[in-house]
Design a protein around this ligand. Structure first.
Ligand code: HPA
Length: 271
């Protein structure tokens, strides 16, 4: 089976149960519950979708939710696939490509990330303006899938200007403090070393994380407009005296959850 056949087989399975959608959302750490805001939602576990990988991270449920929200057809991923779990990048981006085949033109990617910019603080929300790929890998490696997009896709406007303007307006309306900056992808699962964080800062990064960039690349390749929002759950390694812990990440994500949800919800309403 070719990759496009694999993508279309999963898309056909999902379409049969859930129909097509307009907006795709990847719910990062702590945001999974937001799927329950949709009305008439249909839920499909990833395990039941032909060709889908198995989710392995605790706290990521591994379900696709489709429903209606603010009059739009929305498809939400509750749990995503990470490269550090051992998934090849074509598996990491499979759901994004399936979304493209289901007619989704607008993709909202959310994540938890470490703050590299020392004027940012844990609990801040950051709109992603651009990315740096420090992983040495690219999900488009291999034969190009011409049905999805071109061999050499332009990444000069990976995060859509119009969507970012909507996010800013929404934040202002709701009194949500928002940051904007560059997200740098490290493969993980180790948190970055302090020297890597200093390097990332010198090279223009404002935040570091272990997801979102492969999904962005695949989405832009497939012609989707992408909005990326990070919840900065911690100062990146070496900035503070205290060591990093996954607990700190989940606790901050939990603390900011309500605000993050409100921002997302406002953006979806305004689309
Ligand atoms: N680094 C990488 N990924 C992360 C971090 C971090 O500091 N915090 C949350 N996800």
């Amino acid at each position: 089976m070719t990759e496009i056949e694999r993508i279309d087989r999963a898309a056909a399975y999902i379409r049969d149960i859930m129909g097509d959608s307009d907006i795709g959302v990847v719910l990062g750490s702590g945001l999974g519950d937001y799927a329950e805001a949709m009305t008439d939602a249909k839920v499909v576990p990833y395990d039941e979708i032909p060709g889908f990988p198995h989710a392995t991270v605790a706290g990521h449920a591994g379900e696709l939710w489709a429903g209606e929200l603010h009059g739009k057809r929305v498809l939400m991923m509750r749990g995503r696939f990470h490269s550090y779990e051992g998934h090849p990048l074509n598996d990491v981006v499979l759901p994004i490509r399936v979304m493209a085949r289901l007619g989704i033109k607008t993709l909202i990617l959310t994540n938890a990330a470490g703050a590299v910019n020392t004027s940012f603080a844990p609990g801040d929300l950051m709109l992603i303006s651009d990315f740096i790929n420090f992983s040495g890998k690219n999900p488009l490696t291999g034969p190009n899938i011409d049905e999805l997009g071109p061999r050499f896709p332009d990444m000069s406007r990976a995060y859509d200007k119009r969507l970012r303007a909507i996010a800013w307006e929404t934040a202002e309306k709701q009194g949500i403090a928002l940051r904007e900056g560059v997200y740098a992808w490290f493969n993980g699962p180790t948190y970055e070393s302090p020297a890597e964080v200093r390097m990332a800062r010198v090279l223009g990064a404002d935040a570091v994380g272990m997801s979102t960039v492969p999904e962005t690349i695949a989405a832009v390749h497939a012609g989707m407009q992408v909005l990326g929002v990070s919840c900065l759950t911690n100062m990146a390694a070496g900035i503070l005296e205290s060591p990093l812990s996954h607990l700190e990440v989940t606790e901050t994500a939990e603390r900011v959850r309500g605000t993050f949800r409100a921002l997302l919800d406002g953006v979806i309403a305004a689309l």
